[in-house]
Design a protein around this ligand. Structure first.
Ligand code: GTP
Ligand code: MG
Length: 311
Protein backbone atom coordinates (compact mmCIF):
# COMPACT_ATOMS: atom_id res chain seq x y z
CA UNK A 1 0.00 0.00 0.00
CA UNK A 2 2.70 2.39 1.22
CA UNK A 3 4.90 1.34 -1.69
CA UNK A 4 2.10 1.88 -4.24
CA UNK A 5 1.43 5.41 -2.94
CA UNK A 6 5.13 6.22 -3.15
CA UNK A 7 5.29 4.82 -6.64
CA UNK A 8 2.33 6.96 -7.72
CA UNK A 9 3.96 10.12 -6.36
CA UNK A 10 7.22 9.22 -8.08
CA UNK A 11 5.54 8.52 -11.46
CA UNK A 12 3.64 11.77 -11.26
CA UNK A 13 6.69 13.73 -10.20
CA UNK A 14 8.88 12.47 -13.05
CA UNK A 15 6.01 13.02 -15.50
CA UNK A 16 5.60 16.63 -14.34
CA UNK A 17 9.28 17.27 -14.84
CA UNK A 18 9.29 15.74 -18.30
CA UNK A 19 6.19 17.68 -19.21
CA UNK A 20 7.55 20.96 -17.92
CA UNK A 21 10.79 20.47 -19.84
CA UNK A 22 8.80 19.66 -22.95
CA UNK A 23 6.80 22.84 -22.52
CA UNK A 24 9.96 24.88 -22.65
CA UNK A 25 11.44 23.05 -25.63
CA UNK A 26 8.45 22.59 -27.95
CA UNK A 27 4.77 23.32 -27.79
CA UNK A 28 3.36 19.99 -26.76
CA UNK A 29 0.01 19.35 -25.15
CA UNK A 30 0.59 18.02 -21.68
CA UNK A 31 -2.05 16.87 -19.34
CA UNK A 32 -2.10 15.10 -16.04
CA UNK A 33 -3.24 12.03 -17.94
CA UNK A 34 -0.10 11.74 -19.97
CA UNK A 35 1.60 9.43 -17.47
CA UNK A 36 -0.49 6.58 -18.94
CA UNK A 37 1.91 6.54 -21.86
CA UNK A 38 4.49 4.96 -19.57
CA UNK A 39 2.32 1.84 -19.43
CA UNK A 40 3.08 1.08 -23.08
CA UNK A 41 5.50 -1.78 -23.40
CA UNK A 42 8.74 -1.69 -25.32
CA UNK A 43 8.37 -4.30 -28.05
CA UNK A 44 11.58 -3.69 -29.95
CA UNK A 45 12.69 -6.86 -31.73
CA UNK A 46 16.11 -8.32 -30.94
CA UNK A 47 18.90 -7.23 -33.27
CA UNK A 48 20.34 -9.55 -35.91
CA UNK A 49 17.44 -11.97 -36.35
CA UNK A 50 15.34 -12.74 -39.40
CA UNK A 51 11.92 -11.21 -38.93
CA UNK A 52 9.15 -13.19 -40.58
CA UNK A 53 5.61 -11.87 -40.72
CA UNK A 54 2.91 -14.26 -41.85
CA UNK A 55 -0.62 -13.17 -42.66
CA UNK A 56 -3.43 -15.69 -43.06
CA UNK A 57 -7.00 -15.26 -44.30
CA UNK A 58 -9.73 -15.56 -41.69
CA UNK A 59 -12.13 -18.42 -42.44
CA UNK A 60 -11.15 -18.54 -46.09
CA UNK A 61 -12.94 -21.86 -46.64
CA UNK A 62 -16.13 -19.82 -46.19
CA UNK A 63 -14.78 -16.82 -48.14
CA UNK A 64 -13.72 -19.10 -51.04
CA UNK A 65 -17.19 -20.68 -51.18
CA UNK A 66 -18.97 -17.34 -50.96
CA UNK A 67 -16.95 -16.06 -53.92
CA UNK A 68 -17.11 -19.31 -55.89
CA UNK A 69 -13.36 -19.94 -56.03
CA UNK A 70 -12.43 -22.76 -58.37
CA UNK A 71 -11.45 -25.96 -56.57
CA UNK A 72 -8.86 -26.79 -55.47
CA UNK A 73 -7.01 -23.77 -56.93
CA UNK A 74 -8.43 -20.56 -58.23
CA UNK A 75 -5.76 -19.01 -60.41
CA UNK A 76 -7.23 -15.52 -60.23
CA UNK A 77 -7.79 -15.62 -56.48
CA UNK A 78 -4.15 -16.65 -56.03
CA UNK A 79 -3.17 -13.73 -58.21
CA UNK A 80 -5.10 -11.36 -55.94
CA UNK A 81 -2.98 -12.70 -53.08
CA UNK A 82 0.18 -12.20 -55.17
CA UNK A 83 -0.81 -8.66 -56.10
CA UNK A 84 -1.34 -7.87 -52.40
CA UNK A 85 2.04 -9.44 -51.58
CA UNK A 86 3.73 -7.33 -54.26
CA UNK A 87 2.07 -4.18 -52.89
CA UNK A 88 3.42 -4.96 -49.40
CA UNK A 89 6.95 -5.43 -50.78
CA UNK A 90 6.71 -2.20 -52.77
CA UNK A 91 5.82 -0.37 -49.58
CA UNK A 92 8.31 -2.05 -47.24
CA UNK A 93 11.67 -2.01 -48.98
CA UNK A 94 13.42 -4.07 -46.30
CA UNK A 95 11.44 -7.18 -47.16
CA UNK A 96 13.79 -9.44 -49.11
CA UNK A 97 11.40 -12.27 -49.88
CA UNK A 98 7.68 -12.96 -49.88
CA UNK A 99 6.16 -16.41 -50.00
CA UNK A 100 2.49 -17.08 -50.65
CA UNK A 101 0.28 -20.13 -50.91
CA UNK A 102 -3.44 -20.69 -50.39
CA UNK A 103 -4.70 -17.87 -48.12
CA UNK A 104 -1.36 -17.05 -46.50
CA UNK A 105 1.66 -14.88 -47.22
CA UNK A 106 4.99 -14.75 -45.40
CA UNK A 107 7.32 -11.76 -45.56
CA UNK A 108 10.99 -11.91 -44.60
CA UNK A 109 12.63 -8.69 -43.44
CA UNK A 110 16.38 -8.13 -43.74
CA UNK A 111 18.15 -9.17 -40.56
CA UNK A 112 19.48 -5.67 -40.00
CA UNK A 113 16.32 -3.76 -40.83
CA UNK A 114 15.69 -0.68 -38.75
CA UNK A 115 12.19 -0.19 -40.16
CA UNK A 116 9.92 1.34 -37.50
CA UNK A 117 12.79 0.97 -35.06
CA UNK A 118 12.08 -2.78 -35.21
CA UNK A 119 8.95 -2.25 -33.11
CA UNK A 120 6.99 -5.49 -33.36
CA UNK A 121 3.47 -4.09 -33.12
CA UNK A 122 4.14 -1.42 -35.74
CA UNK A 123 5.71 -3.87 -38.21
CA UNK A 124 3.01 -6.46 -37.74
CA UNK A 125 0.05 -4.12 -37.91
CA UNK A 126 1.37 -2.15 -40.90
CA UNK A 127 2.13 -5.29 -42.91
CA UNK A 128 -1.18 -6.95 -42.06
CA UNK A 129 -3.29 -3.90 -42.81
CA UNK A 130 -1.34 -3.06 -45.98
CA UNK A 131 -1.82 -6.63 -47.18
CA UNK A 132 -5.55 -6.54 -46.43
CA UNK A 133 -6.24 -3.19 -48.05
CA UNK A 134 -4.17 -4.16 -51.11
CA UNK A 135 -6.08 -7.44 -51.38
CA UNK A 136 -9.32 -5.48 -51.53
CA UNK A 137 -7.89 -2.93 -54.00
CA UNK A 138 -6.56 -5.67 -56.31
CA UNK A 139 -9.69 -7.79 -56.23
CA UNK A 140 -11.49 -6.29 -59.22
CA UNK A 141 -8.37 -6.50 -61.39
CA UNK A 142 -8.46 -10.30 -61.22
CA UNK A 143 -11.94 -11.39 -60.21
CA UNK A 144 -15.17 -11.24 -62.17
CA UNK A 145 -17.62 -11.16 -59.27
CA UNK A 146 -17.62 -8.34 -56.74
CA UNK A 147 -16.51 -8.76 -53.16
CA UNK A 148 -19.55 -9.66 -51.12
CA UNK A 149 -17.98 -8.95 -47.74
CA UNK A 150 -14.74 -7.63 -46.30
CA UNK A 151 -11.97 -10.24 -46.10
CA UNK A 152 -9.70 -10.11 -43.11
CA UNK A 153 -6.28 -11.51 -42.28
CA UNK A 154 -4.55 -12.33 -39.02
CA UNK A 155 -0.85 -11.71 -38.66
CA UNK A 156 2.00 -13.07 -36.58
CA UNK A 157 5.71 -12.38 -36.17
CA UNK A 158 8.22 -15.17 -35.83
CA UNK A 159 11.95 -14.58 -35.35
CA UNK A 160 14.60 -16.90 -36.70
CA UNK A 161 18.17 -16.55 -35.47
CA UNK A 162 19.97 -18.53 -38.18
CA UNK A 163 19.86 -18.82 -41.97
CA UNK A 164 19.17 -22.51 -41.52
CA UNK A 165 16.12 -21.76 -39.37
CA UNK A 166 14.83 -19.34 -42.00
CA UNK A 167 15.31 -21.86 -44.80
CA UNK A 168 13.59 -24.53 -42.72
CA UNK A 169 10.66 -22.18 -42.10
CA UNK A 170 10.21 -21.53 -45.82
CA UNK A 171 10.69 -25.22 -46.62
CA UNK A 172 7.98 -26.03 -44.08
CA UNK A 173 5.54 -23.71 -45.81
CA UNK A 174 6.41 -25.08 -49.26
CA UNK A 175 6.14 -28.70 -48.09
CA UNK A 176 2.70 -27.74 -46.74
CA UNK A 177 1.57 -26.64 -50.23
CA UNK A 178 2.78 -29.90 -51.70
CA UNK A 179 0.95 -32.10 -49.17
CA UNK A 180 -2.29 -30.07 -49.31
CA UNK A 181 -2.33 -29.55 -53.05
CA UNK A 182 -1.70 -33.18 -53.92
CA UNK A 183 -4.47 -34.24 -51.53
CA UNK A 184 -6.90 -31.54 -52.70
CA UNK A 185 -6.25 -32.23 -56.39
CA UNK A 186 -7.04 -35.93 -55.92
CA UNK A 187 -10.00 -35.17 -53.62
CA UNK A 188 -11.72 -32.75 -56.00
CA UNK A 189 -11.10 -34.98 -59.03
CA UNK A 190 -12.88 -37.81 -57.19
CA UNK A 191 -15.78 -35.53 -56.19
CA UNK A 192 -16.19 -33.41 -59.32
CA UNK A 193 -15.33 -35.97 -62.00
CA UNK A 194 -15.99 -39.39 -60.48
CA UNK A 195 -19.08 -38.24 -58.62
CA UNK A 196 -18.00 -39.45 -55.17
CA UNK A 197 -19.47 -37.70 -52.16
CA UNK A 198 -17.03 -35.71 -50.00
CA UNK A 199 -17.11 -38.51 -47.44
CA UNK A 200 -16.45 -41.22 -50.02
CA UNK A 201 -13.53 -39.27 -51.45
CA UNK A 202 -12.13 -38.79 -47.95
CA UNK A 203 -12.38 -42.53 -47.28
CA UNK A 204 -10.76 -43.34 -50.59
CA UNK A 205 -7.75 -41.15 -49.77
CA UNK A 206 -7.43 -42.06 -46.09
CA UNK A 207 -4.02 -43.58 -45.31
CA UNK A 208 -2.66 -43.10 -48.85
CA UNK A 209 0.93 -42.04 -49.48
CA UNK A 210 2.00 -39.34 -51.95
CA UNK A 211 2.93 -42.04 -54.45
CA UNK A 212 -0.59 -43.55 -54.20
CA UNK A 213 -2.21 -40.19 -54.92
CA UNK A 214 0.14 -39.57 -57.85
CA UNK A 215 -0.76 -43.00 -59.20
CA UNK A 216 -4.48 -42.42 -58.70
CA UNK A 217 -4.32 -39.12 -60.60
CA UNK A 218 -2.40 -40.72 -63.42
CA UNK A 219 -4.38 -43.97 -63.72
CA UNK A 220 -7.89 -42.59 -63.23
CA UNK A 221 -7.63 -39.08 -64.63
CA UNK A 222 -4.58 -39.18 -66.91
CA UNK A 223 -2.93 -36.41 -64.90
CA UNK A 224 0.80 -36.21 -64.37
CA UNK A 225 0.87 -34.22 -61.12
CA UNK A 226 4.28 -32.73 -61.92
CA UNK A 227 2.93 -31.00 -65.00
CA UNK A 228 0.22 -29.08 -63.12
CA UNK A 229 0.91 -25.31 -62.86
CA UNK A 230 3.93 -24.65 -60.66
CA UNK A 231 2.04 -21.91 -58.80
CA UNK A 232 -0.30 -24.58 -57.41
CA UNK A 233 2.45 -27.05 -56.55
CA UNK A 234 5.15 -24.70 -55.28
CA UNK A 235 3.35 -21.54 -54.18
CA UNK A 236 4.67 -18.09 -55.14
CA UNK A 237 8.02 -16.61 -54.17
CA UNK A 238 8.34 -12.85 -54.53
CA UNK A 239 11.82 -11.50 -55.09
CA UNK A 240 13.16 -8.05 -55.85
CA UNK A 241 14.93 -8.28 -59.18
CA UNK A 242 16.36 -6.15 -61.93
CA UNK A 243 14.06 -7.20 -64.72
CA UNK A 244 15.42 -7.53 -68.22
CA UNK A 245 12.80 -8.32 -70.83
CA UNK A 246 13.79 -10.29 -73.95
CA UNK A 247 16.85 -8.96 -75.73
CA UNK A 248 16.64 -5.61 -73.94
CA UNK A 249 19.94 -4.01 -73.00
CA UNK A 250 20.79 -5.38 -69.55
CA UNK A 251 21.63 -1.93 -68.23
CA UNK A 252 18.08 -0.87 -68.95
CA UNK A 253 16.67 -3.51 -66.62
CA UNK A 254 14.37 -1.97 -64.06
CA UNK A 255 13.74 -3.17 -60.54
CA UNK A 256 10.50 -4.86 -59.77
CA UNK A 257 9.08 -7.51 -57.51
CA UNK A 258 8.92 -10.71 -59.47
CA UNK A 259 6.67 -13.70 -58.73
CA UNK A 260 8.41 -17.02 -59.30
CA UNK A 261 7.29 -20.58 -58.63
CA UNK A 262 10.43 -22.57 -57.91
CA UNK A 263 11.49 -25.21 -55.46
CA UNK A 264 13.08 -23.44 -52.49
CA UNK A 265 13.75 -26.54 -50.41
CA UNK A 266 16.83 -27.65 -52.36
CA UNK A 267 20.17 -25.80 -52.47
CA UNK A 268 19.83 -24.74 -56.10
CA UNK A 269 17.39 -21.93 -55.29
CA UNK A 270 19.73 -20.41 -52.69
CA UNK A 271 22.73 -20.65 -55.00
CA UNK A 272 20.79 -18.90 -57.71
CA UNK A 273 19.34 -16.14 -55.53
CA UNK A 274 22.34 -15.39 -53.35
CA UNK A 275 21.05 -11.90 -52.60
CA UNK A 276 18.49 -13.20 -50.10
CA UNK A 277 20.91 -14.43 -47.45
CA UNK A 278 23.89 -12.34 -48.53
CA UNK A 279 24.43 -8.61 -48.69
CA UNK A 280 21.25 -7.49 -50.33
CA UNK A 281 21.73 -6.37 -53.93
CA UNK A 282 18.84 -7.41 -56.16
CA UNK A 283 19.82 -10.06 -58.67
CA UNK A 284 19.05 -10.01 -62.38
CA UNK A 285 15.90 -11.61 -63.74
CA UNK A 286 15.77 -12.22 -67.46
CA UNK A 287 12.29 -12.76 -68.82
CA UNK A 288 12.47 -14.52 -72.16
CA UNK A 289 8.73 -14.60 -72.68
CA UNK A 290 6.12 -12.92 -70.55
CA UNK A 291 3.17 -15.14 -69.73
CA UNK A 292 -0.05 -13.24 -69.27
CA UNK A 293 -0.01 -13.34 -65.45
CA UNK A 294 3.61 -12.33 -65.08
CA UNK A 295 3.00 -9.59 -67.61
CA UNK A 296 0.07 -8.22 -65.63
CA UNK A 297 1.86 -8.37 -62.28
CA UNK A 298 4.97 -6.72 -63.73
CA UNK A 299 3.30 -4.22 -66.04
CA UNK A 300 1.68 -2.37 -63.16
CA UNK A 301 4.99 -2.04 -61.37
CA UNK A 302 7.03 -1.08 -64.41
CA UNK A 303 4.56 1.69 -65.15
CA UNK A 304 5.42 3.27 -61.82
CA UNK A 305 8.89 4.26 -62.94
CA UNK A 306 9.54 6.80 -60.24
CA UNK A 307 8.77 4.41 -57.41
CA UNK A 308 10.81 1.60 -58.87
CA UNK A 309 13.89 3.75 -59.32
CA UNK A 310 13.98 4.34 -55.58
CA UNK A 311 14.01 0.65 -54.57
P1 GTP B 1 -8.64 -19.87 -40.40
O1 GTP B 1 -7.37 -19.51 -41.11
O2 GTP B 1 -8.37 -20.69 -39.17
O3 GTP B 1 -9.53 -18.71 -40.13
O4 GTP B 1 -9.49 -20.84 -41.37
P2 GTP B 1 -9.42 -20.99 -42.95
O5 GTP B 1 -10.77 -21.45 -43.41
O6 GTP B 1 -8.88 -19.77 -43.58
O7 GTP B 1 -8.44 -22.22 -43.13
P3 GTP B 1 -6.92 -22.30 -43.59
O8 GTP B 1 -6.24 -20.98 -43.46
O9 GTP B 1 -6.29 -23.44 -42.85
O10 GTP B 1 -7.02 -22.76 -45.10
C1 GTP B 1 -7.29 -21.89 -46.15
C2 GTP B 1 -8.55 -22.31 -46.86
O11 GTP B 1 -8.84 -21.36 -47.86
C3 GTP B 1 -8.47 -23.62 -47.60
O12 GTP B 1 -8.75 -24.72 -46.78
C4 GTP B 1 -9.52 -23.44 -48.68
O13 GTP B 1 -10.79 -23.78 -48.18
C5 GTP B 1 -9.50 -21.95 -48.94
N1 GTP B 1 -8.76 -21.63 -50.18
C6 GTP B 1 -7.57 -21.00 -50.29
N2 GTP B 1 -7.20 -20.88 -51.59
C7 GTP B 1 -8.19 -21.45 -52.30
C8 GTP B 1 -8.40 -21.64 -53.71
O14 GTP B 1 -7.60 -21.24 -54.58
N3 GTP B 1 -9.56 -22.27 -54.09
C9 GTP B 1 -10.47 -22.71 -53.18
N4 GTP B 1 -11.57 -23.32 -53.60
N5 GTP B 1 -10.29 -22.53 -51.85
C10 GTP B 1 -9.18 -21.93 -51.43
MG1 MG C 1 -6.95 -19.04 -43.18
Amino acid sequence: MYFRALNRIFTKFSFTNKCETALYTRSMACSRYEYVKSYEQDDKILPNVWIVIRVDGKKFHKFANAHKFEKPNDENALNVMNAAGIAVMEEFRDIVLGYGQSDEYSFVFRKDTSAFKRRAAKLLSYVTSMFTSSYVLSWSQWMQRPLSYAPCFDGRIVLYPSDENLRDYLSWRQADVHVNNLYNTAFWKLVLESGLTNQQAEERLRGTLSSDKNELLFQEFGINYNTLPAMYRKGTILLRKRVVIGSQDEQKGRQAIVPIHEDLIGNEFWKQHTEILGKYVPGKYVVSSLNRHLERQLAKQLEKEATIAEI
